[in-house]
Design a protein around this ligand. Structure first.
Ligand SMILES: [Zn+2]
Length: 113
C-alpha cells in the first residue's frame, strides 16, 4: 500500500535486506528513492516519510538546496519537529525518543539520512 502511494508520487520504495536505517534520496529527474530495511520499525518509516513530506513541499531543486550543515540541517530539523509534536511524541517508543534526542544532540547538523 505504501509502495503504491509513493509510486504515484514519483517515489520508488526499495526494501533493502542489508539496511539498518532508512534513507530518502532525490534524483536529478525529479523523482526520489525511499530505502527501508525489510520489516522496518514504524519510527524509521515515519522518519523517512518526514523527508518525503518536506521534499513534496519544496520540490526537488529547492529541497536539495536546503542547508545541511552542522548546526543547521533543515531536513533533519523538520523531521525532528514533525515527530516531536506532542501527540506523535506520545506514540514513539521510549527507545526512539532517546534516539531522537541523541540525534539532535550528536548528529543534527551532520548530513543525516
Ligand atoms: Zn533523516
Amino acid at each position: 500500500m505504501l509502495e503504491k502511494y509513493l509510486a504515484r508520487r514519483g517515489v520508488t520504495l526499495v526494501l533493502d535486506p542489508n539496511a539498518i536505517g532508512g534513507s530518502f534520496s532525490t534524483l536529478e529527474n525529479g523523482t526520489a528513492i525511499l530505502r527501508l530495511p525489510v520489516n522496518p520499525p514504524a519510527e524509521i518509516v515515519w522518519h523517512e516519510l518526514g523527508h518525503f513530506i518536506l521534499w513534496r513541499r519544496f520540490g526537488t531543486e529547492a529541497y536539495r538546496r536546503l542547508p545541511r550543515v552542522y548546526g543547521n540541517n533543515v531536513p533533519e530539523q523538520f523531521v525532528f519537529d514533525l515527530l516531536q509534536c506532542p501527540d506523535r511524541w506520545d506514540r514513539l517508543t521510549p527507545e526512539y525518543r532517546l534516539r531522537m534526542v541523541d540525534y539532535i544532540e550528536n548528529f543534527w547538523g551532520g548530513m543525516g539520512r
